[in-house]
Design a protein around this ligand. Structure first.
Ligand SMILES: [Zn+2]
Length: 130
């Protein structure tokens, strides 16, 4: 996990996806071939940091390394550019959330590798209070 993590950390730090140079469609995670027009001319594109909750679920089946975050709220988020992504929603309980709530990406501690004490950071989403 750790080698892949370091190789791909920009994707997690900056929410780096891709944008088609032919039709301007944007994707996350990044793709090597446009799913809209099949072009292979794509460039890295940072995703917008705000979006809205389309759906969410409370997960009690936490994967190893994330037990301290149980129960975890996993949301389907539509970013401002229309790209949909699945991400953790932090700092809220399920009854404080509603479909349509606005959220923004924040940089957080994601997990700690217990053996080595290595800390991984990445993005989560939090509700924007308005
Ligand atoms: Zn395209």
């Amino acid at each position: 996990m750790s080698i892949a993590y370091w190789r791909e950390r920009n994707r997690y730090y900056r929410i780096l996806g891709s944008k088609c140079k032919e039709c301007s469609a944007e994707f996350f995670p990044p793709v090597y071939k446009c799913r809209k027009c099949n072009s292979e001319k794509l460039a890295e594109q940072e995703m917008p940091k705000e979006g809205k909750v389309m759906a969410y679920t409370l997960s009690r089946d936490i994967i190893t390394g994330f037990e301290d975050q149980e129960p975890m709220i996993i949301g389907l988020i539509e970013l401002q550019n229309g790209v949909k992504m699945v991400a953790q929603i932090a700092d809220a309980s399920a009854d404080q959330l509603a479909v349509g709530d606005k959220v923004k990406a924040v940089f957080r501690r994601v997990s700690v590798n217990g053996e080595a004490g290595q800390i991984f950071y990445g993005y989560k989403f939090v509700k924007i209070d308005k």
